[in-house]
Structures are given as structure tokens and as C-alpha cells.
Design a protein around this ligand. Structure first.
Ligand code: ATP
Length: 193
């Protein structure tokens, strides 16, 4: 079985994540993609996020009924900073072939991640490149080893969604209908950001 791992804050998960994941699955011929919400991202330690429970619930609702998408609570259950290398070590116990899906900007910061060489030994790193992506900033050994995949660019960002909710603007079309309802019912993103 060849799986994809798609990690992130997912605060909230949106159509950009979902459509891109679906197209990467087809391009890379992955049996399934596992969404893994971070508990605390090492890159966002000073940023307040919605509760892990809300972020997890929104992923669950979004992928319900889609048999090639799964969600894992592995990082959330650890209640600690989530390092990709630790997650990959765990999943490697169960899956031989893992592809780690990361956003374009992340590959240029990859050398700052915990044990980047080990990450590349455990998984094939797939970088989501969009037509609108900036040109390659520099080439180091990680950029060289990564596999760039051209995906259709869905310019939706979670930050923008949070701002829109805060300002009382509509977010339908940006997130699945049920997620819009969840956000409003649970009064997410109403506080000053
Ligand atoms: P924020 O705006 O809160 O930083 P984000 O959506 O950019 O949110 P994450 O929720 O952590 O960040 O995203 C998870 C992964 O999805 C990251 O690798 C990110 O690069 C990627 N991603 C985010 N938005 C899109 C999009 N519109 N299309 C494709 N990939 C995306």
C-alpha cells in the first residue's frame, strides 16, 4: 500500500486542501491520503489555534464517505509539539511506502525541520507546486531530492477564512457547507485575531 500523509494545522480545513489532496492522490497513484492535524506546529508555537477537537471534527466531517481519505489523531493525542519525523517513524511501522505531502514554501524551510535527512529516508517528499508559485528560491540537497507535483492552484487560505468569519463575511464556496455550519454553530474565529 502506498499512502500519502498530509499534515497541517487545518484551522479550518478548506476546499484548497481537499481539492489538492484529491489531485495529488491521482497524480501520485496513492491508495489513500491520511490527514494529520498538528497539536502544536513547530512553526506556529506562538500562534493560538482553535482546539484540536474542533480542527479534528472539521476534518472528519469533510472527508466523511470518501474512502481514499482518512484522518489520524496521532499528533493530537501526543499533546506536544508535533514533529513530522516522529509521526513518520510511527506510520512506517504500518506502511512501507509513504509520501509526505508538503506545501511549496515548506521545502525552502525544510532544512530547519527536525531531522530532515531522516524524514527523507522515511518518506518521499512531495511538494505541491502551483502555476502561481514563485520561482525556486535556492537549491539545497532537500530541494534536489524532493518531487515537485504541479497541482491546480486553488487560492484559498485558512487565514483568509478566519479573517472573513471574524468580519462577518460569508465563507460558502471556500469550505464545505457542513464546515461553514460547524464554524458558525461553534462560534469559531469570532475573537480578535
Ligand atoms: P494558515 O493560513 O492558517 O497558515 P494553511 O492552510 O496555509 O493555513 P495549514 O492548514 O497548515 O496551513 O495547511 C496544511 C498544508 O496545506 C500545508 O502544507 C499548506 O502548504 C497546504 N495548503 C494550504 N492551503 C493550500 C491550498 N489552497 N492549496 C494547496 N495546499 C494548501
Amino acid at each position: 500500500m502506498k499512502i500519502g500523509i498530509f499534515g497541517g494545522t487545518f484551522d479550518p480545513i478548506h476546499h484548497g486542501h481537499l481539492i489538492t489532496a484529491q489531485s495529488v492522490r491521482e497524480i501520485r497513484k496513492l491508495d489513500k491520503i491520511i490527514f494529520i492535524p498538528t497539536y502544536i506546529s513547530p512553526h506556529k508555537t506562538n500562534i493560538k489555534t482553535s482546539s484540536a477537537e474542533d480542527r479534528m471534527n472539521m476534518i472528519k466531517i469533510s472527508i466523511e464517505g470518501i474512502d481514499f481519505f482518512e484522518v489520524s489523531d496521532f499528533e493530537i493525542n501526543k499533546h506536544d509539539i508535533s514533529y513530522t519525523v516522529d509521526t513518520l517513524r510511527e506510520f512506517k511501522k504500518y506502511y512501507d511506502e509513504i509520501e509526505l505531502i508538503i506545501g511549496y514554501d515548506n521545502i525552502f524551510k525544510f532544512y530547519t525541520w527536525k531531522e530532515p535527512d531522516e524524514i527523507m529516508n522515511l518518506a518521499k517528499v512531495i511538494v505541491l507546486k502551483r502555476k502561481s508559485s514563485q520561482p525556486i528560491e535556492f537549491i539545497d540537497k532537500y530541494v534536489e531530492r524532493a518531487t515537485f507535483v504541479q497541482t491546480r492552484g486553488i487560492e484559498i487560505s485558512a487565514t483568509d477564512i478566519r479573517h472573513r468569519v471574524h468580519k462577518g463575511l460569508p465563507i460558502h464556496y471556500l469550505v464545505p457547507k457542513e464546515i461553514e455550519k460547524y464554524i458558525l454553530d461553534h462560534k469559531l474565529y469570532t475573537e480578535e485575531i
